[in-house]
Design a protein around this ligand. Sequence first.
Ligand SMILES: Nc1ncnc2c1ncn2[C@@H]1O[C@H](COP(=O)(O)OP(=O)(O)OP(=O)(O)O)[C@@H](O)[C@H]1O
Ligand SMILES: [Mg+2]
Length: 232
Amino acid sequence: MSRLMPKPKRNLITESNPKSPISEGYRMLRTNIEFSTVDDKLQIIMVTSSKPGEGKSTTSANLAVAFAQANKKVLLIDADLRKPSLHRIFQKSNRLGLTTALFKQKELADVIMVSDTENLFLVPAGPTPPNPSELLSSKQMHALLEAIRDAYDVVIIDTPPILSVTDAQIVATQSDGVVLVVDSGKVKKDMALKAKASLEHVNARLIGVVLNNINRKQSDSYYYYYGEREEA
Ligand SMILES: Nc1ncnc2c1ncn2[C@@H]1O[C@H](COP(=O)(O)OP(=O)(O)OP(=O)(O)O)[C@@H](O)[C@H]1O
Ligand SMILES: [Mg+2]
């Protein structure tokens, strides 16, 4: 019997097909982020959306691959402790992860996993805790992110939907910038504006909006625009 080829990772098109137009879209998003600030540090980037299922995890994963492909040392963290999915996208175990490190059951180094993309490392969410918001706002989380800053060029953090639970707002206060994914088929303008307001409420910096699912029937295509946060 012939050896099976490794299964391509669903949802990780930047890895499986870097030349596709969709991968090019993720590279454009990366470039827009890279150029969105000249002076300010933009190292920890959080990805969120208003509602569930808009494409946060898919965007986080592909954006992380796109940065790694540009020779940045990247750490991708699954901070959606309630509904983790990055381990599935990267075909890794979720037995150890962010929660394990925050509860100090393991050292951070022990929960960082290598990926199939050079320069890209993953921290899965780990076992779901009873108190995700508390854990994300803990001193340990702050300390962990500070330690990570010294070791990686870019940190991408996947989070739960911002209008469902406070977790994303909590992580936003610890991030340098936020990317908001909007499923144009699912989310009306007022929802997206509410999400934007929740970010502004905690003084987060919205660095870009990803319009996902513009026309899924035609091409699953993406369109991005980037915008600075409007000053009040
Ligand atoms: N542009 C796209 N084209 C086609 N399918 C997509 C696209 N973006 C996301 N999907 C699909 O939509 C589903 C939800 O995507 P994903 O898991 O990335 O969303 P999410 O916002 O992280 O969801 P959750 O709120 O459950 O964490 C997945 O099955 C994913 O494959
Ligand atoms: Mg998700």
